[in-house]
Design a protein around this ligand. Structure first.
Ligand code: 8IG
Length: 270
């Protein structure tokens, strides 16, 4: 099924979705949005007080969830005095719905009044000291997908894309939080060991399938971005063991409490 408005006028599609969110949640404007990726859904419960809980099917132009552990819900959550929009699950580029579908949540958040965006993901780690369940602040990215959410000659600046101000705020709360460069692969297959070595030579410490394209759209929309990766597995070829999705979900469950507490502390300061 094609979504004509999403493809022909993505910003109009985002306005429609934002209007529906205001109506369905009863919250006129949201301050901050969080996209909860693989391994982060259990942490969502701990962020704050849920004011409204919707299925993505109720909100215009969102695609139904495709991956186990990606819940396909949108919540309005009160965190301190902030209204947070919590997107549980995301559309990935590898689903083949196009970049417009991938970044519709980010554009909807911006249209709903959001100024600050927290992008979370589960990913592979290249630093052997990052055991599964280690949270890492994204300091920069390498977009290896060949895709962009931008159209035409949109020459936007990506300097300090992952706000150094927001990273410093997180490190005040949790001084031990490491930082890393995130390389986005298209997926859905995980990397070969040679691709993981390539990513390391290029300067990446994290490999995933989501965040870079969303961050570009968020910057275009003028949002300040906090990127948080949960290393759910060592990247392919680093342990001698194959990767599996169950390991990802288990790392998320095990780290949920720590991640939820971190977000509950960070969000009111954003
Ligand atoms: I969770 O090792 C998760 N997502 N590309 N590589 C890539 N994406 C991931 C990985 C990984 N683990």
């Amino acid at each position: 099924m094609t979504d004509d408005l999403l493809l022909t006028d993505p910003s109009a599609a985002a306005r429609e979705a934002a209007d529906a969110l205001a109506r369905l949640t009863g919250v006129e404007r949201h301050d901050v949005a969080l996209v909860m990726g693989s391994g982060w859904v259990p942490a969502a419960e701990l962020i704050g007080e849920t004011v409204a809980d919707l299925s993505v099917e109720e909100v215009p132009h969102f695609a139904p969830p495709a991956v186990a552990g990606h819940a396909g819900r949108i919540r309005s959550v009160k965190v301190g005095d902030k209204h947070a929009l919590v997107l549980l699950g995301r559309t990935h580029y590898y689903e083949g719905r196009g970049v417009e579908a991938v970044v519709h949540g980010v554009r909807t958040a911006a249209a709903a009044g959001v100024r600050t965006l927290v992008l979370t993901n589960g990913c592979g780690g290249l630093d052997p000291s990052w055991t599964p369940g280690t949270p890492v602040l994204i300091s920069d990215h390498i977009n290896l997908t060949g895709a962009s959410p931008l159209r035409g000659a949109t020459f936007i600046d990506l300097t300090d894309l992952y706000s150094s101000r927001l990273r410093a705020l997180c490190q005040e709360i949790e001084p031990s939080l490491p930082e890393g460069v995130y390389a986005q692969f298209r997926g859905p297959q995980y990397e070969t060991p040679a691709e993981v070595r390539m990513a390391g030579i290029m300067g990446a410490q994290l490999v995933g399938m989501s965040t870079a394209i969303e961050a570009i759209a968020a910057r275009e929309a003028g949002l300040e971005i906090l990127g948080l990766s949960l290393v759910t597995n060592l990247a392919a070829g680093m342990t001698g063991e194959p990767l599996n999705h169950e390991e990802v979900l288990e790392a998320g469950r095990a780290a949920a409490e720590r991640m939820g507490r971190l977000l509950a502390q960070v969000v009111p300061t954003l």
